[in-house]
Write a protein that binds this ligand. Structure first.
Ligand code: NBP
Length: 479
């Protein structure tokens, strides 16, 4: 009884992925460094399908039909390398190794190259949706050789989430690190989305004077419209929840320090390397890190400034409507920034990523799943060369329609001392992009002054330098 696929690494993610495969009728070889996990899986879930437990790496490899397909689902970083080193000598040319962990795309590029030299196909697959998604249908973003994708495709399409139109939420993203890159950007966008939602909550609480249960209702209403998404849905549930121990709103008993596992930080670090502005994601990462700086916060707690107000019922309702518009417009900008980043990496690494396919894969299964993504997919389908989401006529019209309310929301937040780094960074990005001319001309002139960095002119070609320390005449800087 040869297994069609194997999963090694049976913590929550690997175990649930193996069960998902078995529930879809595949025979799944299962293996884990600590054999107790393998035994536990078969004891608890053996009735769900056809598992082949393997105690050793050799037994695991021997259980797989050829060409072998094996999925590694272990802790990202060193453990993934250790597992690859353990298995690679046991494999044959043409076998396929899938890394479903949260690898950094640069590691995936390195591993793909090393295994390619040994004739082994390496697929770096981003998997989103947490443990629930792994079991019932994640969004899967595989990058690697196209032959390997073709060999995995039927299995991945079976176990992936399905979008509302029934399409599986998986697609070949591109070669080597493309899949893990896109998964990283997904997580960056997730950070931005969560921050924007949190800012909307803060405004409704601190300026409109709404209680959490009331805000839950507002989010529920919003989720019937263009903000319909998994994250807005769970936000409403969290805000409606009461802490059993104290009877207080749950959100009030949770310590206000947001943690991070690092994929948001990777996104921003990579964006800096690529030279792509992702201010929405960066502000979200910084907001989490600021929240954890207890010492700084305590030291600054007494500084002067306003903190909120309470509007009357009618004003509050109008304010909430403006916040919805600000949230939506900011969301469009931060998604646009994420796609700009995917495009830049695709050009840098020659990946030829289809931006519409990325949106399609995120429609279901993953944390940022939302009705909105179908519109993003459609925008790129209508114009694959779309330079930015903001240039799509539909999104441009919506953001244009929201911009007045967006400005008023940011102004109101500033006036009442409510920090809205996500809303205001997105608005600044929008205004900078649409401005005909930027003060960057002055910055470049300053650079020429102190560092002879030269400048280009608006009225003729070439590079120039002004002799600032001399007679201030202009010289050509072209060699
Ligand atoms: P963990 O990230 O907690 O990793 C635990 C697994 O790694 C266990 O199977 C453990 O084996 C194995 N492992 C370690 Br640690 N070091 C090893 C080594 N040197 N050799 C062999 N195996 C080793 O598991 P997870 O939360 O299921 O996540 C798996 C992957 O999926 C990670 O890369 C994670 O970033 C990614 N991911 C997780 C989520 C999520 O929601 N949790 C979502 C999306 C992606 P042992 O049992 O012998 O200790």
């Amino acid at each position: 009884n040869q297994a069609q696929i194997g999963v090694t690494g049976l913590a929550v993610m690997g175990r649930n992925l193996a069960r998902n495969l078995a529930r879809h009728g595949y025979t799944v070889a299962v293996h884990n460094r600590t054999a107790a996990r393998t035994r536990a899986l078969v004891e608890e879930f053996g009735h769900e399908g056809d598992f082949v437990p393997a105690g050793t790496a050799e037994e695991f490899v021997a259980a797989l039909e050829r060409p072998r397909r094996l999925v590694i689902m272990v802790k990202a970083g060193g453990p993934t390398d250790a597992v690859i080193e353990e298995f690679a000598p046991l494999l044959d040319e043409g076998d396929i190794v899938v890394d479903g962990g949260n690898a950094h795309f640069a590691d995936t590029r390195r591993r793909e190259r090393a295994l390619r030299e040994r004739g082994i196909h390496f697929v770096g697959a981003g998997v989103s949706g947490g443990e629930e998604g792994a079991l019932n249908g994640p969004s899967i973003m595989p990058g690697g050789p196209v032959e390997a994708w073709e060999a995995l495709r039927p299995l991945l399409e079976d176990i992936a989430a399905k979008a509302a139109d029934g399409t599986p939420c998986t697609a070949h993203i591109g070669p080597d690190g493309a899949g893990h890159f896109v998964k990283m950007v997904h997580n960056g966008i997730e950070y931005a989305d969560m921050q924007l939602i949190a800012e909307a909550y803060d405004l409704l609480r601190t300026v409109a004077g709404y209680e959490p249960a009331r805000i839950a209702e507002v989010f529920r209403t919003w989720s019937t419209g263009r903000l319909d998404s998994y994250l807005v849905g769970i936000t409403a549930e969290v805000l409606a929840h009461t802490d059993a121990a104290t009877g207080r709103p749950f959100v009030d008993v949770v310590a206000d320090a947001a943690e991070q596992k690092g994929t948001g930080r990777w996104t921003v670090q990579t964006a800096l390397d690529l030279g792509v502005p992702v201010s929405g994601i960066a502000e979200a990462v910084f907001a989490r890190s600021l929240s954890g700086h207890t010492g700084l916060r305590e030291a600054a707690a007494g500084l002067p400034g306003p903190r909120g107000r309470a509007l009357d019922e009618g004003e509050a309702a109008r304010f909430a409507d403006r916040v919805e518009q600000a949230l939506y417009a900011s969301k469009v900008v931060s998604y646009a920034q994420g796609w700009n980043m995917v495009r830049a990496a695709s050009e840098e690494y020659g990946w030829d990523v289809d931006p519409g396919a990325v949106a399609a894969v995120w429609r279901g299964g993953c944390i940022i799943r939302a009705a909105f993504l179908d519109r993003v997919r459609a925008a790129f389908a209508a114009d694959p060369a779309l330079p930015t989401l903001l240039a799509d006529p539909g999104f441009a019209e919506e953001v244009g329609g929201a911009q007045q309310a967006w400005r008023e929301t940011v102004a109101e937040a500033v006036r009442h001392g409510v920090p809205v780094p996500g809303f205001s960074a997105a608005l600044a990005s929008y205004d900078a992009l649409r401005a005909g001319r930027l003060p960057a001309s002055l910055v470049q002139a300053q650079r020429d002054y102190f560092g002879a960095h030269t400048y280009r002119r608006t009225d003729r070609a070439g590079s120039y330098h002004t002799l600032w320390g001399g007679d201030r005449s202009e010289v050509s800087a072209d060699i």
